[in-house]
Design a protein around this ligand. Structure first.
Ligand code: ADP
Ligand code: MG
Length: 260
């Protein structure tokens, strides 16, 4: 009996082109156990984002095709009606992206946007949600949280905006957090702080994390297990210490040799 929270089996994702359907993710399989962090690493274009968007069923319906099985917490996601999927997104599964600005509304304060999430997903009253928004901002270590909730997104640095996105994700108490290159756009020192934060929250909240990155250094910091993707295929997967200690695939070795 497996304890996997997420179980992906023979996932194939294809897009419609001029000459019919062409796969960009080829029959990949992996599991995420409850409470674990799994990294998908690979160069740009290797199919990492397409994989994560397919899991969330966020690819354009008519132009993409998903085959295989995506099982999450007892449900087969790729057979779930859209309404069921909508209920999962931002509830049991949260997602953060490389550029937090694209997910924040520039014309609403951060506190308002956090409160909206809390009222929608956690059934709080506005007063409860506003208080909880401050608590969540403190949780992700945003200084002077009580006054910062009144700020508009452009007033915050990239690192602070990413903290807000993490707070938004936490607001839903997700079982799984999918993070697609969440530190790629940030300075190295800020990157390290965000990684520390995700690791700490992962431990304390007990959620599972699927962490997508092109950077092996980041993988070493964060992942229990590592999946190496190349050209839409998994070329290596296993415990991070094993992948780093005894890489089997030449591509993994090449990635590792680039780590300082
Ligand atoms: P990564 O996140 O690893 O950098 P992606 O998953 O974004 O790579 O892309 C994998 C491949 O799929 C790329 O060749 C990309 O051009 C292609 N691709 C991504 N989205 C689409 C789409 N909507 N339609 C057609 N091809 C796409
Ligand atoms: Mg990507």
């Amino acid at each position: 009996m497996s304890t996997s929270l997420l179980s992906v089996k023979d996932l194939r994702v294809s897009f419609k082109g001029d000459s019919g359907w062409s796969p960009v993710v080829h029959d990949i399989s992996f599991n995420i156990e409850a409470g674990k962090t799994v990294a998908i690493v690979g160069e740009s274009g290797s199919g990492k984002s397409v994989t994560s968007l397919a899991l969330m069923r966020l690819l354009q319906a008519g132009a993409s095709r998903i085959e295989g099985e995506i099982r999450f917490d007892g449900k087969v996601l790729n057979q779930l009606p859209e309404a069921g999927m909508r209920a999962l997104r931002g509830n049991e599964i949260a997602m953060i992206f490389q550029e937090p600005m694209t997910s924040l509304n520039p014309s609403l304060t951060i506190g308002f946007q956090l409160a909206e999430v809390l009222m929608t997903h956690r059934g709080m009253t506005r007063a409860q949600a506003e208080a909880e928004a401050v608590r969540l901002m403190e949780r992700v270590r945003i200084p002077s949280a009580a006054s910062r909730v009144k700020d508009y997104p452009h007033r915050l640095s990239g690192g602070m905006r990413q903290r807000v996105m993490i707070a938004m994700a936490l607001a839903c108490k997700p079982k799984l957090l999918i993070a697609d290159e969440p530190t790629t756009a940030l300075d190295v020192t800020i990157q390290a702080q965000i990684l520390d934060l995700i690791r700490e929250l992962q431990r304390e909240e007990g959620m599972s994390v699927l962490f997508i990155t092109h950077d092996m250094g980041v993988v070493a910091e964060i992942a229990d297990e590592t999946i190496v993707m190349l050209h839409g295929r998994i070329v290596e997967q296993g415990l991070t210490e094993e992948v780093f200690g005894k890489p089997e695939h030449p591509y993994t070795r090449a990635l590792l040799s680039a780590v300082p």
